[in-house]
Write a protein that binds this ligand. Structure first.
Ligand SMILES: *[C@@H]1O[C@H](CO)[C@@H](O)[C@H](O)[C@H]1NC(C)=O
Length: 370
């Protein structure tokens, strides 16, 4: 677990000028139309010559229909920019595969607004309890809660910034499985409609449905409300309904307590193994183009903008230069099974890549007799 990223490897990269070119080109905050000269230099022509062909396949595969010719042409230009972006991501993240995804006709801004959903303060409220420090000497080399029945099928948040609600239900589904032996799928829509929990340190900052939220406030809401209903009793519609249809008599899982896990990968692993899947936040910039493999970008912002579920860890020989065993986290996403590796993402350990270790919470469920 304690394997650290090789600094020798990183510094050898720093010495190559192509690395600097890529590093400057990776300004994903800039507009996607990005006619950035630096970007152009790292794209080979064949990619763009094939753009028509790729776009036709993309439209068929993801059943994309555009209302007007203008919209179609605009989306094609965005798509081409995303092909260039995927190519940049591929160079910066060689152990993963980057390419065309269902998000390839969206600008990074549209993507962030509609498919992420951690849009506010990135720190935990001051009064969040800290998880107790656990022993780490007996941790298994690999672990995956999917193999122990604690993980519900991959869900799809659709075009709604409600990732935080899926991260929350995923963690409580796992904790409830540990407490009761039963795996129930829990309601995100209850959180979207009913949870308006605010940050005690920053009262204007509250959970707000498709406009984002935070897992820890959602645990707090769930604790106060009395629990979450099942998915089938309060189904997901992927929009802000504006009214809360929570029925306290139909609570299926209750929060006993929740706490923040310290920024330490051994502690994160120990909490995962002991308490079930963990709610984590991440910077999702590489996820827009992710197709598979272990994501281990040389550079990635730690600005957290997406809530996901940590379900396991493993190791594989994926290091690009020497095929060394390197540990990675297994992450459940909420963009359906057609994204990534059947809905899952792998990201390397060792450097708090994309902030994945920065905001980790564990939840315990009440044992109920239903
Ligand atoms: C959280 O709740 C669980 C289940 O009731 C309990 O076993 C555990 O000790 C609690 N943890 C903390 C840190 O209070």
């Amino acid at each position: 677990m304690a394997v650290r990223f090789s600094f020798l490897f990183l510094s050898s990269l720093l010495l190559t000028s192509s690395f600097w070119l890529l590093a400057f080109a990776d300004d994903d905050v800039s507009t996607v139309a990005g006619d950035d000269l630096l970007i152009r230099q790292v794209v080979d022509d064949d990619n763009l010559l094939n753009a028509d062909h790729h776009f036709a396949i993309f439209k068929r595969r993801f059943q994309k229909v555009y209302a007007t010719k203008e919209e179609h042409d605009y989306r094609f230009s965005v798509f081409k920019a995303n092909l260039r972006r995927a190519k940049r991501h591929q160079k910066l993240d060689p152990s993963a595969v980057h390419g065309i995804t269902q998000f390839s006709d969206l600008t990074p801004r549209e993507f962030r607004r509609n498919f992420l959903g951690v849009n506010r303060r990135l720190r935990l409220p001051a009064d969040t309890k800290k998880a107790p420090i656990l022993p780490t000497n007996d941790l298994p080399k690999e672990f995956d809660w999917r193999e122990h029945g604690a993980v519900a099928p991959v869900k799809n948040q659709g075009s709604c910034g409600s990732c935080w609600s899926f991260s929350t239900t995923g963690a409580l589904e796992g904790a409830n499985f540990l407490a009761t032996g039963k795996l129930l799928s829990l309601s995100e829509q209850q959180l979207v409609d009913c949870d308006h929990e605010c940050d005690p340190d920053e009262p204007g900052s509250c959970d707000s449905g498709c406009n984002g939220g935070l897992m820890n406030s959602a645990f707090e809401y769930t604790l106060k409300a009395g629990g979450l209903m099942r998915e089938e009793d309060y189904p997901y519609i992927g929009t802000d309904r504006g009214t809360c249809k929570f029925d306290k008599n139909k609570v299926a899982a209750k929060v006993a307590n929740f706490s923040a896990v310290t920024l330490d990968e051994d502690q994160i692993a120990a909490n995962l193994v002991k308490n079930g899947p963990l709610a984590v936040a991440i910077n999702a910039v590489y996820m827009q183009t992710y197709v598979g493999g272990v994501s281990c970008p040389y550079i990635c912002s730690k600005r957290l903008d997406h809530g996901v579920l940590l379900v396991g860890y493993g190791s594989a020989g994926y290091a690009p230069i020497r095929m060394k065993e390197k540990p990675y986290w297994v992450i459940k996403n909420s963009w359906g099974e057609n994204w990534g590796e059947k809905g899952y993402y792998k990201i390397c350990q060792g450097r708090n890549i994309c902030g994945v270790d920065s905001m980790v919470s564990t939840v315990a469920a009440v044992t109920t007799s239903h």
